[in-house]
Each structure stands twice: as C-alpha cells, then as structure tokens.
Ligand binder design. Structure first.
Ligand code: F6R
Length: 256
C-alpha cells in the first residue's frame, strides 16, 4: 500500500485525478465513488477534459453503490449524483450503477456483478471512506469476501449523509453496494480521505488489523492500493513520517 500525504483536499483531488488520468484510455473501466471526498477529483478531471487534455471516449464506468428505494430521478440517488458531478460534464456515457429500485434485488446484484466481469473488470476503483471505516457501503461487520448485495446503513452513516437530504429521516436505511470482494477484484484501488473526521478511520484502515470491524482495512490485502490523504486525515497515522519519506524519495521508475 502506498500512502501519499498532501496539504489539503484540493491538492488531494489534483493528485488522485492525475492517478486516474494515467489509466484513462479506450477500453478501460473506471469504478466511481460518490459523496463529498471525490468532488475535487471530479472537478480536476472535468477541467482537464474542458482544456482538451483528457478524453473518456471508449471508457466505461461503474458506481460503487446506490440507495435502495430511492428513485433514480431523485437528486441524491447516486445514479443522479455521478451524472451531475462527473459524467454529464465529460465524454463518458457508459455508466452502470446498481438499480436500487429493482423489484428483484438479488437478481440486480448478480446483473451488476456480471456487467463488471463482461467489461473485463474494473481497472481503477476510486474509493472514499466513511467515519466508521466503510468503503462502498460495506459497513462494519461486512464479510471481507462479500459481493454486491444489500446492506443496512449504520446510524452513524445515516447521520453523516443527512447533509444531502432535508432530514436524517429521509436517508434510506438500505443500500445496494459492491462487496469487499468485488472491490478487491479491481486492479488498482485509490482511496481519498480528507478532513479530521476521517483521521480515525484512515489510521484503522492503513495501520490497524485487517478486520471486518474496519472494512477499509481490506485494502491491506490488495497488491496495488494507493491511499491519498490530506494532513488532517493523516493526523493519527503513526508512520506518517515514513510515508512522507518514501513518497519524497520514490524512484523515478516506480509508478503510482
Ligand atoms: C459513496 C461511498 C461511500 C463514501 C463514504 C464517504 O459512493 O461509497 O463509501 O465514499 O461514505 O463519504 P464522503 O466522501 O461524503 O465523506
């Protein structure tokens, strides 16, 4: 795992956008996250596209998760969010997301898994992290081998996400999410975490035991995981100085 510490959230966004841009070429599949953390990444990718430096032609995308029961037309469905925040602003029109309104949810989960396989797998998966250590919506207790399925949100996650809704009561209880096993199948995992509220979860994910108690700790099992954090989110990392030294002295031949 590579841990890259930068000054603030905008700098984290630029760095993660650079990592993703290095992957972008026809035939590639991107895994996209929603929420606040990826927004600086998407802004940077949109700006590069607007300047004519980056084209998503021939690229496919898959989202991580979706609220169960929220109509796709709802402004906070992840189907709407990913279009508004990224794909409608660039030349990326092949976006697949789990359908949280499917009448047969297990069949929809199986369809989504099969679509990822049919696309040749996900080349680079962007991840945020919840304050309780979730990635996707794999809440604490999730099987480290799980596939796309329904999960129940913790109250902590519903409280965290209440800012997107009129009231916490409007935050759905259930979600359809890629499993931790699904996420591990991606060829490169890139997690972005910014702000002091993420410091505990980041430390548990990067330096704690691999455990379903902190689902993001499963990144420790992946052969190619990059964690990009700003200074506030890095505050509880015990090996922060080592990560900084390693990044500053990275050999030229070593890629992200
Ligand atoms: C969203 C997702 C979640 C978020 C996490 C952090 O698609 O998969 O894991 O990344 O809840 O959300 P923010 O970035 O809003 O703090």
């Amino acid at each position: 795992m590579e841990v890259l510490i930068v000054g603030d959230a905008p700098a984290a966004g630029v760095l993660v956008a650079e990592i993703i841009a290095q992957h972008v070429q026809p035939g590639v599949s991107l895994g996209l996250a929603t929420g606040s953390s990826p927004l600086p990444v998407y802004r940077e990718l949109i700006e590069r596209h607007a300047r004519g430096e980056l084209s998503f032609a021939g690229v496919r995308a898959f989202t991580l998760d979706e609220y169960v029961g929220l109509p796709r037309s709802h402004p906070e469905s992840y189907h709407s969010v990913i279009r508004r925040e990224l794909t409608d602003q660039v030349d990326l029109d092949r976006v697949d997301a789990p359908d949280g309104q499917a009448t047969d949810i297990p069949a929809e989960a199986a369809r989504f898994e099969a679509a990822i396989v049919e696309a040749g797998g996900i080349d680079v998966q962007l991840l945020g992290i919840g304050t309780d250590g979730h990635i996707g919506f794999n809440e604490p207790g999730s099987s480290l081998a799980s596939r796309t399925r329904v999960k129940t949100l913790t109250q902590q996650t519903r409280d965290d996400n209440a800012r997107f809704f009129d009231s916490v009561d409007d935050v759905p209880h259930h979600v359809l999410t890629q499993g931790l096993g699904t996420i591990l199948d991606a060829r490169h995992l890139v997690l972005i975490a910014t702000g002091s509220s993420k410091a505990g979860a980041v430390a548990a994910a990067v330096e704690g035991p691999v455990s379903a108690f902190c689902p993001a700790s499963v990144l420790q099992l992946h052969p190619h995981a990059t964690v990009v954090v700003d200074e506030p989110a890095a505050a509880q990392l015990r090996l922060a100085d080592y990560y900084r030294f390693a990044a500053e002295n990275k050999p030229d031949w070593q890629r992200f």
